[in-house]
Ligand binder design. Structure first.
Ligand code: FEO
Ligand code: CA
Ligand code: CA
Ligand code: CA
Length: 674
């Protein structure tokens, strides 16, 4: 979610918009870009090929892929206190906020009276990114790992957040809030067709905003990371504002820290990176810092949210605490004793998610990440280590994570107006647009990582319309990214061609070399009633959408698009999930041989699911056999009413809202979408 936790100010003052372009240039390019580059059309003629994300230990991407077509009808818009789903499907509640993971937690209390100890041992709030890790390849048994991005204080506590006469928050509430953040690892099984949480499973686990986590990569062990809690700078506590996710080819989970700067305050002089990241104001989002000094405080658990320099050095105050946040964090869900690890080499920004690129034996492993704020950038990390398929079955997955994610090169994207792009390296020897090296600007690689945005500014990256999730096609390796919206854009560039971009768009590219790519816009969001110069993809009332956010390919090549509605589309429908198979789109004269969505083929993008009033639909996960798909309902207004996610909360009835996973199955037990 971003509406509640993002900061609407624009922190990118670098004015990197060197590629101003008229819209027509971009549109006409669609007919020529990448012509003949891909084998997508071969699929349509009945050929098969092997998925590129060969991944033996957690997904079924190594199955033979065939051309597929969606076999459900687009559903109507919906604005009710219920989920709506395509005909022939069911939608059920699974693991809502407060579900006990072990017997230490009491059952969820509908009046909000659960304790912080309950919350520490129960599913967190406001579910976001997630992944299903099958156990022994099963499609009926596995670990669902779920992000909990932020909280709704009004729902978490009996009567919302309270403060004492001095304006300080009570410890019991603060701890409950800290523990409602983070990540849940949940053993789930499908028993008689019904998915359920296995309470007290040994692998059930919570990571919160207070859990001890290791630092790895360039920042670890440097002066930037020294805190009173970690004098040698090798660990931190907590993962925070966990938005989108990823997973690795070696079977671990990745969680992305997004709008974490707002959890900190700085009453003194802000550092360069703090200014560039935004927030770090004079109060914290939930005022956790106001519990500092309580007699029960452990290791500065509340004090640390105040990063004001007050002591003689970084061992005497928490000035460096925030340097432990802003990362992609790796979790081994199958080892309940292993600490999570923050992979600092992938940059320190407001990370949305992380997705790995096409895997090739003997080539580097690539991860793509977006920095979700207006005019921010898209990044990729390229490992020094070359991919060894044997690592997919590593017996020490976090060591494999270190092999591929701690040493490598971080790049930022520049999208040029001719449909090509350049990956700009962020290294100490990279020469910035001012003629100086990044080493001269930032000293070490750790210095570059701490101020990733500043380094990207200096290299001339392209400011985007809020990069959210990335997804990689298992069929041809194309990379797709949602650019959710940017109503502050007053000057277009080719990759972000609409000023005052209310509706957002999805861009895609293919790598054409180690540091080069070719790109095009796949679909433009719009209200169906918008004028033709805005509704550029010809959307109708059956697939109009705004603010694309969550984005994921399943193992068959179906692209699932989730929305975080803004704009007037919210007057027409609640947030939703749409599906499209990019490699099965019919080519027309208007859209060339590698089709994008246009008025001629827009019916191929179909509305599959709509969430209840007030919610955002987040996160996507799949059973390996694709007979179950999991979505998350974040911050619903007056839902769920029963375990049937499609049951409407009756008029006049008010329920304490619970963010929840929703599992969707076909009534005939078949595969989703087809
Ligand atoms: Fe948490 Fe950018 O969405
Ligand atoms: Ca969003
Ligand atoms: Ca409309
Ligand atoms: Ca998001």
């Amino acid at each position: 979610m971003s509406k509640a936790t993002s900061n609407s100010k624009i922190y990118n003052q670098s004015q990197n918009e060197p590629f101003s372009s008229v819209l027509e240039k971009n549109l006409s390019r669609r007919t020529v870009v990448r012509g003949g580059m891909f084998s997508a059309m071969a699929l349509l003629s009945g050929l098969t090929l092997t998925g590129c994300n060969s991944d033996d230990n957690n997904d079924s991407n190594d199955e033979v892929l065939e051309s597929i077509a969606l076999a459900f009808e687009s559903i109507a818009a919906s604005r009710t206190d219920a989920c709506a789903i395509a005909a022939g499907y069911t939608a059920s509640i699974l693991a809502p906020w407060g579900t006990p993971l072990n017997s230490t937690a009491s059952a969820w209390d509908a009046d909000g009276n659960n304790t912080f100890t309950d919350q520490l041992n129960a599913v967190g709030m406001n579910h976001d990114g997630m992944h299903f890790f099958p156990i022994n390849g099963s499609s009926d048994d596995g670990l669902l790992v779920v992000n909990h991005e932020y909280i709704e204080q009004y729902a978490l506590h009996p009567a919302g957040a309270t403060t004492d006469a001095s304006g300080n928050r009570p410890v019991a509430e603060v701890r409950k809030e800290i523990y409602a953040h983070g990540v849940s690892v949940i053993r789930i099984q499908r028993i008689d067709g019904v998915w359920q949480v296995i309470e007290n499973d040994a692998l059930n686990r919570r990571f919160t905003s207070d859990t001890v986590i290791d630092l790895a990569g360039p920042v670890a062990g440097t002066s930037y990371a020294i805190t009173p809690f970690s004098i040698d700078g090798t660990k931190t506590r907590g993962t925070n504002n966990n938005c989108g996710n990823g997973y690795t080819p070696w079977g671990t989970y990745l969680t992305a820290e997004e709008n974490w700067p707002g959890y900190f305050k700085n009453d003194g002089t802000k550092t360069e990176d703090q200014i560039r990241l935004g927030d770090f104001g004079t109060s914290t989002r939930y005022k956790w810092d106001t519990a500092a000094g309580d007699a029960t405080e452990v290791d500065g658990e509340f004090t640390r949210w105040n990063v004001t320099a007050t002591g003689a050095d970084a061992t005497e105050d928490y000035r460096n605490e925030a340097n432990g946040f802003g990362y992609i964090v790796e979790i081994d869900p199958f080892n309940a004793d292993a600490r999570a690890v923050k992979r600092t080499a992938l940059g320190r920004v407001r990370h949305e998610n992380a997705v790995f690129g096409k895997l090739t034996e003997g080539e580097p492993v690539i991860f793509y990440t977006g920095d979700d704020a207006r005019f921010e950038y898209i990044y990729k990390f390229v490992s020094d280590a070359k991919w060894d398929p044997a690592d997919a079955n590593s017996s020490d997955p976090l060591a494999t994570g270190s092999k591929y994610m701690d040493a490598g090169t971080l790049y930022v994207a520049r999208f040029d107006a001719d449909g090509t792009g350049v990956w700009l390296p962020l290294t100490t020897t990279s020469v910035a647009t001012d003629g100086k090296t990044l080493g001269l600007h930032f000293g070490t690689l750790a210095g570059i990582i701490i101020n990733t945005r500043g380094a990207a500014d200096l290299m001339g990256a392209t400011p985007m319309d809020r990069p959210e999730w990335g997804a990689v096609s298992p069929i041809n390796g194309d990379v797709y990214f949602t650019l959710t919206n940017n109503t502050k854009r007053t000057e277009a560039n080719a990759a972000n061609p609409r000023i005052d971009n209310d509706y957002g768009h999805i861009i895609r590219w293919s790598e054409t070399g180690a540091a080069a790519f070719e790109w095009e816009i796949f679909v433009f969001g719009s209200n169906d009633g918008a004028s033709a110069d805005i509704n550029l993809s010809g959307l109708t009332d059956l697939n109009e959408f705004a603010s694309p956010d969550g984005l994921s390919f399943d193992s068959r090549g179906i692209l699932w698009i989730e929305t975080d509605n803004g704009s007037d589309v919210a007057d027409d429908t609640n947030d939703q999930v749409l599906a499209v198979v990019p490699t099965s789109l019919p080519a027309t004269a208007a859209n060339g041989s590698t089709p994008v969505i246009s008025a001629d083929n827009q019916a191929e993008i179909r509305r599959f699911f709509v969430g209840p009033n007030g919610c955002e639909v987040t996160g996507v996960a799949y059973s390996p056999d694709n007979t179950s798909i999991f979505f998350n309902i974040q911050h619903p207004g007056n839902w769920p009413y029963t375990t049937d996610a499609a049951a409407v909360t009756p008029d006049g009835t008010t329920v304490r809202p619970r963010a929840s996973t929703v599992v969707i199955q076909k009534t005939d037990g078949g595969k989703i979408g087809v």
